[in-house]
Design a protein around this ligand. Structure first.
Ligand code: FES
Length: 213
């Protein structure tokens, strides 16, 4: 009587048979899902790459395409930006600020934010102070209760006509060119400033530095 064959001597054919006969999970895959590494699967007529591996590959492909699309999109935007004009929007240097009758005696700060100026009216003239500290260029604050301009940076103080009297400011604040337009409005030109340099004659009475009122 012949001895029964041992299952451990040659397990591969049995495994292939089990897979071929549709035995649960083994019927789906044999070996690892990597392509070309399983010899039993092709021998049994089974797929060598399972659906899980196919899904991972699909997601990887999607990620790669997203990265490529993102890179090309950023590059295209940079390419278009190159042809757009690089414009710096600054306030105009010449502008109208209304009529002399719009201003009462004293300092008017309504144009400080828009044009960086104060309109100053005395009993006999009007002038426009350019709101820039002559120390290092900060914008001082008008302190109506103290009747003076005070620079927040290093403490320079100016009287109501912009003349320095305390702190490190070396000279009075500059004044912008003013003239009357044909319609009677005041035209201010902050590209032309009148100075009073330290130890030198003042230009605050030069033509164009004030209006008679
Ligand atoms: S910038 Fe005004 S005191 Fe220095």
């Amino acid at each position: 009587m012949a001895a029964p064959e041992s299952n451990t001597a040659n397990p591969k054919p049995d495994a292939a048979k089990t897979a071929a006969s549709g035995g649960g999970e083994a019927a789906k895959f044999v070996g690892t899902p990597a392509v070309g590494t399983s010899k039993a699967a092709p021998a049994a007529g089974l797929p060598t790459v399972g659906p899980a591996a196919g899904g991972i590959n699909q997601r990887r492909r999607s990620l790669v395409w997203c990265a490529v699309a993102g890179f090309l999109g950023a590059w295209f935007i940079a390419f278009l930006r190159f042809f757009l004009p690089r414009t710096l929007f600054e306030p105009p240097t010449v502008f109208k600020i209304g009529y002399p009758s719009d201003y009462a005696l004293g300092v008017d700060t309504k144009w400080q934010q828009k044009y960086r100026i104060w309109v100053d009216r005395t009993p006999d003239r009007m002038f426009v102070i350019y709101a820039r500290c002559t120390h290092l260029g900060c914008t001082p604050d008008w302190k109506a209760s103290e009747n003076k301009f005070k620079c927040p940076c290093h403490g320079s103080g100016y009287d109501s006509e912009g003349i320095n009297f305390e702190g490190p400011a070396p000279r009075p604040m500059d004044r912008a060119r003013v003239e009357l337009a044909p319609d009677g409005q005041i035209i201010v030109d902050v590209s032309q400033l009148f100075e009073w340099p330290k130890g030198q004659p003042s230009h605050f009475s030069d033509p164009g530095s004030f209006l008679n009122v």
